[in-house]
Design a binder for this molecule. Structure first.
Ligand code: HEM
Length: 450
């Protein structure tokens, strides 16, 4: 059975039709040829954009010359009221300094310190789901969002999502998202440089509320660090890290920017990935049963996660089929020649995990769910060259290691406790909201595993 894939549009459509489709959904606005093309050029009145599927080009842009392909200002513009100058949006020296301060907190060894908080969030998620384990369909994206937001607050600030400030951030964030979809049309279809950018009053209001709430947590934390009473969580780790090159630390304002992105990038993506993984498990009962058996290995001890091999392969396959961040955009800063074609300065370079991960000339049976592929020659080669759910190179996701512990752990814990089945009447349709979601949610039936 082929898991849900959006219908592609006709090969040739007018620009206006394209814009209309794009506004409805970025994925189904694209033609099927993008699953076979090495590169595709899009002409708009203001600029050219190039979607690159050639692994060699992807390597050049992300790994070999990332400084020559910075993030485009316009893509981030929609996020600026909420994220300020966060590491997700900055470029050049500012970005490098921010990564030097943030990265140590996420290093492999330190994930061990973070694990107990993740584990507690997992147990809380199982307790919440137990209340729905009577076979009535539930919308699982809402549950995975709740769980992933809980993981972020517990690991960053040692507070559960039920904490008054954490839950206020979570609910304001939902309102913010409704007012300002992040991968919006205006961001992609850039206008001339002088064109002003407007935000709705609601976008500004919700961003302001979220930043104030995060500001309170950060100020409190700074006081606790100074008093020597702060818990050793991610916030403390980041706020006490000194940049080895300049010797400075984040001040409260800079930290607010970073916490905002950890919350956003850390919970939306993980929630999307886990929801699709659970759907794939519901529709592949034999895999579900195998992961549930393996989950017996899992405990509150960090080292047990390394034994979740099947769970990791399944999660990795879900990230291939439904990469939460489906497209990334960079800008050229000098004239380039890509596959023999001249690419002007200021062109948009689109890297699409969505298309690369399902490329018909790269992957064997690209649209099939098959977690065993990671053990095959083709799978191994693809994993090296054509698999970028966390991006790659120096700008790779800060939380990649974190997410690869969190995802398989939550998946295993849930399957150890519940048998899940799809709701046959509601097959999910992938669309891009902030991340790859289902247009009408993902509906599953849960029953207690005996
Ligand atoms: C399954 C889960 C996740 C996926 C698929 C994912 C994916 C990505 C991708 C593709 C990017 C690059 C975006 C771009 O270059 O335009 C990124 C960046 C980032 N992610 Fe993640 N992410 C996940 C979880 C997390 C978590 C848990 C955190 C933090 C706790 C996090 C923090 C960040 C940050 C801070 C950046 C910006 C890095 C930079 O630009 O230097 N992510 N993520």
């Amino acid at each position: 059975m082929i898991p849900p894939k959006p219908k592609a549009r006709a090969d040739k459509v007018s620009l206006w039709r394209y814009l209309k489709l794009f506004r409805e959904d970025i994925l189904s606005a694209q033609p099927a040829r993008l699953y076979r093309a090495w590169m595709a050029e899009f002409k708009t009145p203001f600029f050219r954009s190039y979607l690159c599927n050639d692994p060699e080009l992807v390597r050049q842009v992300l790994k070999e010359r990332p400084d020559d392909f910075p993030k485009s200002d316009r893509i981030g513009a929609g996020l600026r009221p909420l994220l300020g100058n966060s590491v997700f949006l900055t470029n050049g020296e500012t970005w490098k300094r921010q990564r030097r301060i943030i990265d140590p907190a996420f290093e492999g060894g330190r994930l061990r310190d973070t694990y107990p908080a993740m584990w507690e969030a997992g147990e809380a998620a199982v307790a919440r789901l137990s209340a729905h384990a009577d076979g009535t369909p539930i919308e699982i994206e809402a549950e995975t969002s709740h769980a992933a937001a809980d993981v972020i607050f517990r690991t960053l600030f040692s507070i559960p999502i039920e904490h008054a400030t954490a839950s206020a951030v979570f609910s304001e964030f939902k309102a913010h998202q409704r007012s300002q979809p992040i991968l919006n049309l205006a961001a992609f279809i850039r206008g001339p440089k002088w064109m002003p950018r407007f935000f709705s009053a609601e976008t500004k209001r919700t961003a302001g509320v979220i930043r104030k709430l995060i500001g309170d947590l950060t100020t409190e934390r700074l006081a606790a660090i100074e008093a020597g009473t702060a818990p050793d969580d991610l916030a403390t780790k980041i706020m006490t890290t000194t940049d080895p090159e300049t010797g400075d630390q984040f001040d409260v304002d800079e930290m607010i920017d970073q916490v905002a992105i950890f919350f956003l990038a850390g919970h939306e993506t993980s929630a999307s990935a886990l929801a699709w993984t659970l759907y794939l498990m519901a529709t592949n009962p034999e895999w579900q049963a195998r992961v549930a058996v393996e989950a017996g290995e899992l405990s509150s001890d960090f080292s047990s996660v390394s034994r979740l091999k099947l769970s990791r392969d399944v999660f990795r396959e879900a990230l291939r089929l439904y990469p939460p961040v489906p497209m990334m955009v960079r800008e050229t800063t000098c004239p380039e020649t890509f596959r023999g074609r001249d690419v002007k300065t200021g062109s948009q370079i689109v890297l699409s995990p969505w298309h690369l991960h399902r490329h018909e000339r790269i992957w064997e049976r690209p649209d099939e769910f098959d977690p065993t592929r990671w053990g095959t020659e083709n799978g191994k080669q693809c994993q090296r060259d054509s698999y970028i759910p966390f991006s790659a190179g120096s700008r790779v996701c800060t939380g990649a290691g974190f997410a690869m512990v969190e995802g398989p752990m939550l998946l295993s814990l849930i399957l150890r406790n519940f048998i899940i089945e799809p709701d046959e009447n509601r097959e999910p349709v992938p669309v891009v909201h902030l991340t790859v979601r289902s247009s009408q949610g993902i509906w599953l039936r849960l029953r207690k595993r005996g």
